[in-house]
Design a protein around this ligand. Structure first.
Ligand code: MRU
Length: 349
């Protein structure tokens, strides 16, 4: 089993003996339940159903899903992984890390197509573990880079969960917050509730409290008044996909926060590894935005909260235009406007 113990004091994703174990994020913070998966189809469902979530963690889980699909065909004359890869690719549409990881796995398959099945599976496993470990390293690098910009006595606001739960470990936005808190630069973290899955209320608070980082939950819609009171100096968020021009798709509500932050003179930081950039998409308007079930809005844990047959629009992500972003932290460096040129230059390194 891969040693990721140094990345966080829990593991959202672990792989051993050709089975994938996921910390069931639907049950947190009240139950710490682990589910084990031994086929790619169930892993695809687990991604759709939010057992595992967060752009990098989805990519890592899918990469292990390909390894599991290959292992299940060990006795066959030839690996046929197209269906499994397609199922995994169809699990969620917005986070580019999913497609990036599957493409990496496909490249290994192409490279090893004339090798024995055992060698192909070993090569796939090596690649999946590399994706996993590299993500943790990148998060730690981004943590250091991002924390270098945070002033002493900062109060930061974060949205959704871009922590160890959403990545291989350590986190992107929460990685910066962890590093800055370790450097004693942060006096307070505010975690936005994040309707309807409540990633902020359930997950970010859980993660930070386990690390003894002072966190206060803020109700959905509460950011405006908080910002107005001068209680926040930085907004720090993750990303699901970043277009070539620096427009950022992230959890619904991020765009609102960026507008509020600009209005109140609060700096806005996005933290994402290079695997989150999609240079094939020039503009944020072309990023596919996941629309999830209406029930996630009209019901609360199975209980109806809206009138029967009430229509609902459950967009899971929004796009923050690049001109509202002060800085993007990537493992390759710190990106500042104008993003177009800087992104192209930095990602080609
Ligand atoms: O729907 P989710 O919970 O998968 O959305 C997660 C986010 O929006 C995160 O901010 C993003 O994936 C970055 S995680 C490091």
């Amino acid at each position: 089993m891969l040693n990721t113990a140094y990345a966080s004091n829990f593991h959202a994703v672990t792989f051993s003996d050709f089975s994938l174990t996921l910390l069931d994020q639907r049950k947190l913070p009240h139950e710490e339940t682990y589910l084990t998966f031994t086929d790619a189809e169930s892993i695809a469902h687990a991604i759709t159903d939010m057992v595992v979530r967060g752009a990098p963690a989805i990519g890592i889980a899918a990469a292990y899903g390909v390894v599991i699909a290959a292992h299940s065909q060990r006795q066959q004359p030839k690996l046929q992984l197209d269906d499994a890869i397609e199922q995994l690719a169809n699990s969620r549409p917005t986070a580019i890390n999913l497609f990036w990881a599957l493409e990496k796995m496909q490249t290994v398959l192409n490279q090893y197509k004339n090798h024995s099945i055992d060698d192909q599976i070993t090569a796939l496993l090596t690649q999946a573990e590399h994706i996993h470990l590299q993500d943790i390293k990148d998060n730690q690098t981004m943590g250091t880079l991002g924390a270098s910009l945070i002033e002493n006595n900062s109060q930061v606001y974060t949205h959704c969960n871009a922590g160890a739960l959403a990545t291989g470990g350590y986190g992107t936005a929460l990685g910066v917050i962890r590093s800055a808190a370790r450097d004693e630069k942060i006096t307070q973290v505010f975690a936005g509730e994040t309707r309807p899955w409540l990633q902020g209320a359930r997950l970010t608070t859980w993660e930070l409290m386990r690390d003894n980082i002072d966190v206060t939950l803020v109700g959905e819609g509460g950011a405006g008044q908080l910002f107005r009171q001068g209680k926040v100096t930085w907004v720090i968020v993750g990303a699901d996909r970043i277009a070539a021009n620096g427009d950022v798709a992230n959890k619904i509500g991020t765009y609102n926060l960026a507008i509020l932050a600009r209005h109140h003179g609060i700096k806005f930081m996005v933290v994402a590894p290079s695997s989150t950039f999609d240079l094939n998409i020039q503009h944020g308007d072309d990023i596919p935005i996941e629309q999830r079930s209406e029930k996630e809005l009209t019901e609360l844990q199975g209980l109806p909260i809206a009138p029967k047959n009430c229509k609902a629009l459950n967009l899971s992500f929004d796009v923050t235009p690049n001109d509202l972003i002060d800085v993007i932290i990537c493992e390759k460096g710190i990106l500042k406007p104008p993003f177009n040129d800087h992104i192209k230059r930095l990602l080609s390194l």
